[in-house]
Design a protein around this ligand. Structure first.
Ligand code: ATP
Length: 453
C-alpha cells in the first residue's frame, strides 16, 4: 500500500463537493463568499463529531450538564462581556481597488489589481489608516427600528452559559467544580474569511464553561488541556499533527489570564482548532455588575461564598470536521488502480457499513436489501447495487465507510457474506446472523490511523 502525506486544500474541497459533504452556498445565484451548505454525508459526519463531543462531556463524566441557549440575547449581554467595546479587528481599505483587508493580516491578503502581490506592495495601492471594525452582526427586534431595538447574533455560545449560571445552581444542585456545555451556531462578520470551512461568518461552536473554586483554576486548566488533546487523538488525529501553543502575554484576550490553543497542521500550516482559556471570574463579575444580580456560589453548609473561576475549552465543529477529513485523506493504489480513501475513525465515519450485491440478478439484490434493512436498525448503513463492484467500493472508500458487506452467489447457498475492511482490504467470510454484532464490536475497539504505520 502506498500512501501520500501531502494533502492540499484543493483536494479536500473537490472531494467534499464530489461526494456531497460540503457545497458552496447559494450557488444558483453565483454563490455567497465563504458560506457553505452541508450535504448528506457532511451532515452525518458533523453529527458524529458533535455526538463524540457530547459523549466526552456528558456521558463519560458526571460533573457537566447541557444547555441550548438562544442565539439572540439581551443586548446588555454584549456590553457586559466586552464584545461591544472590543470584539473588533483592525481594518484597512484600499482606495484604488476598493478591497478591504485586516491590517494585521496584510501578509495573507491579495492586492485587488495584482493578485500575486500583497496589499500595499504596488505603487498604485492606496491604503487607509487602520480602524476598528466590530465583528458582531447587528439586527433589530420588532417591526420598527427604534432606539433599543438593536440586537446581535451571538458571536460565541459562551455568554449564554454565563446568563444561565444562576438557573443551574438552583436546578441542577451542582457545586463547583462543575461545567455547562453547549453546541450551537455563532456568527462573526469576519473581514477575511477563507480556507474553505476553516473560517466562515456563520459556524458552529462546542463550548464548555467549567466553574471551579478560584484556588483550583490552575489545576483544572491543565486537566482540560490534556483532556481536549486526548479527545482529538482518540478520534484518530495523528499526534504529530497536533500541538498545544500557549499564548504569550500580549496575545491574551481581555478576560483571560492563560490561554493555550490546540493547533492542527492543516495544509495552510499550523492553525487553531480550539482555544482553552482560564477566564478567571471576569464573566460572572461583569454580568453580576450589569444585571445587578448575585452570581456567586454559596455553600449552604459552611456559609462560604465566592465567585467561581472559569476554565473554557472552546472548539469549532466545522474546523474539527475539516481537521478530521484532512487527517483521514489518503490516496493509494489497488491492483494498479488509484484510489482516494478517507481513513476516518469508524465512529466518525458518516456510514458504518455498505451492503452491495455482487451482481444485479439471481436474487442477490433481494437478499442484500434484506441484510441492509436489518443492519440499518443498528448503524448508519448504505445500499448500492448500481455499477461495477470496484467502483462501488471506491465510492464508499471516498466517503470513509469502514466496512462493506458483499452478497455473492455463495450467500444464496449458505447465508455467508464477505466483510471488507476499508484500510487493510482484508475480506472475511462470515454468516449473515453474525454481521450486526461484529460491526458493533468493531465500532467499540480503540482505533489508530493506518497513516501512522
Ligand atoms: P481565530 O483566532 O481563528 O479567529 P478565535 O481565537 O477568535 O479564532 P475563539 O473565539 O476562541 O476563536 O472560538 C473558539 C473556536 O471557534 C475556534 O478555535 C474555532 O475552532 C472556532 N471558530 C472561531 N471563529 C470561527 C470562524 N470564523 N469560522 C469557523 N470556526 C471558527
Amino acid at each position: 500500500m502506498s500512501t501520500i502525506d501531502t494533502v492540499t486544500m484543493d483536494k479536500i474541497v473537490s472531494l467534499s463537493r464530489r461526494r456531497g459533504f460540503v457545497f458552496p452556498s447559494s450557488e444558483i445565484y453565483g454563490g455567497l463568499g465563504s458560506s457553505y451548505d452541508y450535504g448528506h454525508y457532511g451532515v452525518l459526519l458533523k453529527n458524529n463529531v458533535k455526538a463524540e463531543w457530547w459523549r466526552a462531556m456528558l456521558q463519560q463524566r458526571d460533573d457537566i450538564v447541557a444547555l441550548d441557549s438562544a442565539i439572540i440575547q439581551h443586548p446588555k449581554t454584549w456590553e457586559a462581556s466586552g464584545h461591544l467595546a472590543s470584539f473588533t479587528d483592525p481594518l484597512v481599505d484600499c482606495r484604488t481597488c476598493k478591497l478591504r483587508f485586516r491590517a494585521d493580516h496584510l501578509d495573507q491578503g491579495q492586492c485587488g489589481r495584482k493578485p500575486s502581490r500583497r496589499p500595499g506592495e504596488t505603487p498604485e495601492c492606496d491604503l487607509t489608516e487602520a480602524r476598528e471594525f466590530n465583528l458582531m452582526f447587528e439586527t433589530a427586534i420588532g417591526p420598527v427600528r427604534e432606539e433599543g431595538s438593536t440586537v446581535y447574533l451571538r458571536p460565541e455560545t459562551a455568554q449564554g452559559i454565563f446568563l444561565n449560571f444562576k438557573n443551574y445552581l438552583q436546578f441542577s444542585r451542582k457545586k463547583p467544580p462543575f461545567g455547562i456545555a453547549q453546541i450551537g451556531k455563532s456568527f462573526r462578520n469576519e473581514i477575511t474569511p477563507g480556507n474553505f470551512i476553516f473560517r466562515t461568518r456563520e459556524f458552529e461552536q462546542m463550548e464548555m464553561e467549567f466553574f471551579v473554586p478560584p484556588d483550583e483554576a490552575g489545576r483544572w486548566f491543565e486537566h482540560w488541556l490534556e483532556a481536549r488533546v486526548d479527545w482529538y487523538t482518540h478520534l484518530g488525529i495523528r499526534p504529530d499533527h497536533l500541538r498545544l501553543r500557549a499564548h504569550p502575554q500580549d496575545e491574551l484576550s481581555h478576560y483571560s489570564s492563560a490561554t493555550s490553543d490546540v493547533e492542527y497542521l492543516f495544509p495552510i500550516g499550523w492553525s487553531e482548532l480550539e482555544g482553552i482559556a482560564n477566564r478567571g471570574d471576569y464573566d460572572l463579575r461583569a454580568h453580576a455588575e450589569h444585571s445587578r444580580q448575585k452570581l456567586e456560589y454559596v455553600d449552604t453548609a459552611t456559609g462560604e461564598r465566592y465567585v467561581p473561576y472559569v476554565i473554557e475549552p472552546a472548539a469549532g465543529v466545522d474546523r474539527a470536521m475539516l481537521a478530521f477529513i484532512v487527517d483521514a485523506y489518503d490516496e493509494d493504489e489497488i491492483e494498479g488502480e488509484r484510489r482516494t480513501v478517507l481513513r476516518l475513525h469508524p465512529r466518525l465515519a458518516p456510514v458504518k457499513v455498505a451492503v452491495l450485491p455482487l451482481v444485479k440478478k439471481d436474487g442477490q439484490p433481494e437478499l442484500a436489501s434484506e441484510i441492509y434493512r436489518e443492519l440499518r436498525e443498528r448503524v448508519q448503513a448504505d445500499y448500492d447495487e448500481g455499477g461495477a463492484i470496484g467502483r462501488r467500493y471506491r465510492r464508499q472508500d471516498e466517503i470513509g465507510t469502514p466496512w462493506a458487506v458483499t452478497v455473492d452467489h455463495q450467500t444464496l447457498e449458505d447465508r455467508t457474506v464477505t466483510l471488507r475492511d476499508r484500510d487493510s482490504l482484508v475480506q472475511e467470510r462470515l454468516s449473515i446472523d453474525e454481521l450486526g454484532d461484529e460491526i458493533e464490536r468493531r465500532l467499540r475497539l480503540p482505533w489508530r490511523s493506518p497513516k501512522l504505520d
